[in-house]
Design a protein around this ligand. Structure first.
Ligand code: FE2
Length: 293
């Protein structure tokens, strides 16, 4: 396992004056922790926006958009009974279906309370750009032109997204696949090589996706781990960051204030990289796709 790189900065001003190092670490590693930050929520917004001015993400100082949430995993039952080195919040990628509008590309996670054992409630990451890089060329080529149809059982919504996309900041080809329930339709390859897939290609996709999921779950050589301290500010890249959390803590021992990062203000509904338009022109109308439901 690889540890999340930790930078020790103890004030918003110190973080901002070292912004280049923060951003370079975020870009190359896919996640960066700032230890001893101990930010108020106001300071967290200040730092997140200042970094947004430099990277282009939203929140930044050209936009009023802020989307705050509080995460203490209250709804995650049995987490206290699961060991600190076992996954309690399962591996997932954050709302890949948003790719057809504006994806979540990161988080600003301010751990305002952490009184649990640091070996518990860890966060695990796998960098899916690095993972893509390790695939055989034949699998890369197969995924490169693949469009995937996601449908949520019980929900009257369907989305078509690209299996691999260029990273919004670094340009790396990055795997963008749902890896968790409820997005487990067995045959969800919608389009490949600019045509309808064959049955064989659909099966190949299912197997390849399973292999990718298995690597994410089990390959400790690519697993990145963060052991939390209270006061940490963690900035994960969630465009290329599959992630999970381990158990062993209670909701009153671990709480962070989060802000989602987007490549642009989602309220403007500007189409990201033209992808939504591309999809709607070519493949998005799922009734035209003749994809098995
Ligand atoms: Fe998440």
């Amino acid at each position: 396992m690889i540890d999340v790189p930790i930078l020790n900065f103890s004030s918003p001003e110190e973080i901002i004056s070292n912004a280049e190092e923060v951003i370079e670490t975020f870009k190359s590693f896919g996640v960066v922790a700032i230890r001893g930050a101990n930010l108020t929520v106001e300071q967290q917004v200040f730092v997140t926006k200042a970094l947004g001015d430099l990277t282009g993400w939203v929140p930044n100082n050209s936009s009023n958009f802020e989307q705050q949430y509080v995460e203490n995993h209250k709804r995650l039952s049995n987490k206290e009974d699961i060991a600190g080195d076992k996954v309690a919040l399962g591996w997932h990628m954050e709302h890949v279906e948003y790719d057809h509008i504006s994806p979540i590309i990161g988080g600003s996670w301010n751990m305002v309370k952490f009184t649990a054992d640091p070996e518990t409630g860890r966060t695990y990451f796998v960098n899916t750009a690095k993972l893509y890089d390790t695939l055989p060329d034949s699998d890369k080529e197969f995924l490169e032109t693949a469009y995937v149809l996601w449908s949520e059982p019980g929900e009257d919504r369907e989305f078509v997204t690209k299996a691999v996309r260029q990273h919004w900041l670094t340009g790396e080809p990055t795997i963008r696949l749902h890896i968790a329930e409820p997005f487990t339709e067995p045959k969800n390859l919608a389009r490949i090589y600019d045509r309808e897939p064959t049955e064989e290609e659909r099966s190949r996709f299912v197997i390849l996706r399973s292999k990718i999921i298995s690597r994410i779950h089990n390959d400790e050589n690519i697993r990145i781990v963060h052991r939390w301290n209270q006061g940490d500010l963690l900035i994960p890249d969630l465009f290329k960051g599959a992630h999970a959390a381990t158990g062993g803590f209670t909701s009153d021992q671990r709480e962070f204030i989060g802000y989602w990062l987007y490549p642009e203000d989602p309220d403007t509904h500007v189409e990201y990289e033209g992808l939504a338009k591309e999809v709607s022109n070519r493949v998005a109308r799922t009734e035209e796709l003749n994809v098995p439901k």
